[in-house]
Design a protein around this ligand. Structure first.
Ligand SMILES: Nc1ncnc2c1ncn2[C@@H]1O[C@H](COP(=O)(O)OP(=O)(O)OP(=O)(O)O)[C@@H](O)[C@H]1O
Ligand SMILES: [Mg+2]
Length: 243
């Protein structure tokens, strides 16, 4: 059974059609990539899947159960969690307090052991008493991932988790994503622009362009498709064929 699935998703914002007839599914422990040029609608789709925007058409299912009308908080409790594109952390809290707050939403009496385990899982270097406001981008992104894990998710939606990072830092995020799926059986839907990165972690990639899925399949074959190259490089499809 699919862990997450959506069908016929359509979304209008400010009088514009942002998503049209989007269908996707993510299996158990599967890492699925969501690619597409700027403004394609990737984050908007996360808004719909996570329950932050309920003003859409179509159906969203979690483990075969219709969750279309559930709020974001209700979906989190069922194991569907997400990150946001910008790594915003609560500036007035320490790392430890942030993790505790994330866990508390799941378990009213969070154990220190669990906090330490999630920090270790993402290789968080910052000590628990560090104010989050001063963290570098990599540590912020890792802290956000640790907060998701504190909630014992079944599926995580990651919106450009490697954005703003450099080569070796990106490798660290890739490793975390792979570990989530391979060692803990957590499903991942991952938004990422860089196709070469998706090729390293995702078994399947979907490409959105102007709100529609234009290609789907294993990374290697998807990125060779003329429609995908045309969408990315903004060249006519005929030219992209031989590119
Ligand atoms: N609240 C809103 N009201 C009106 N239009 C919006 C709103 N939010 C997003 N949009 C528009 O919807 C389209 C899709 O935006 P979205 O942020 O989903 O794209 P994206 O694929 O995530 O892009 P990026 O790669 O730059 O993050 C864009 O044209 C954007 O301007
Ligand atoms: Mg986006």
């Amino acid at each position: 059974m699919q862990v997450l699935a959506c069908s016929n998703i359509a979304l209008e914002l400010g009088g514009r059609q942002i998503l049209s007839d989007v269908n996707l599914s993510v299996g158990q422990a599967e890492v699925v990539g969501l690619a597409g040029p700027n403004g394609a609608g990737k984050t908007s789709l996360f808004e719909v899947l996570s329950g932050r925007n309920l003003n859409h058409q179509g159906k969203v299912e979690l483990n075969g159960v219709d969750i279309t009308s559930l709020s974001m908080q209700e979906r989190v409790k069922l194991g569907l969690v997400r990150t946001f594109q910008r790594p915003v952390v609560p500036a007035t809290l320490t790392v430890g307090e942030t993790l505790k707050a994330a866990r508390k939403a799941f378990d009213p009496k969070p154990s220190r052991l669990r906090m330490e385990w999630v920090a270790e899982f993402v290789h968080l270097n910052a000590p628990m008493n560090t104010p989050t406001g001063g963290l570098e981008t990599l540590e912020r992104r890792k802290l956000m991932l640790a907060c998701l894990l504190a909630r014992e998710p079944k599926i995580v939606l990651l919106d450009e988790p490697a954005s703003g990072l450099t080569g070796s830092e990106i490798d660290e995020i890739d490793l975390i994503v792979r570990k989530l799926a391979q060692e803990y059986g957590i499903s991942v839907l991952l938004i990422e622009h860089r196709l070469e990165l998706l090729a390293m972690v995702a078994s399947r990639v979907l490409v959105l362009d102007v709100g529609e899925i234009i290609a789907e399949g294993p990374p290697d074959s998807v990125f060779k498709q003329p429609a995908v190259r045309a969408a990315y490089f903004d060249v006519p499809i005929e030219s992209a064929v031989g590119a």
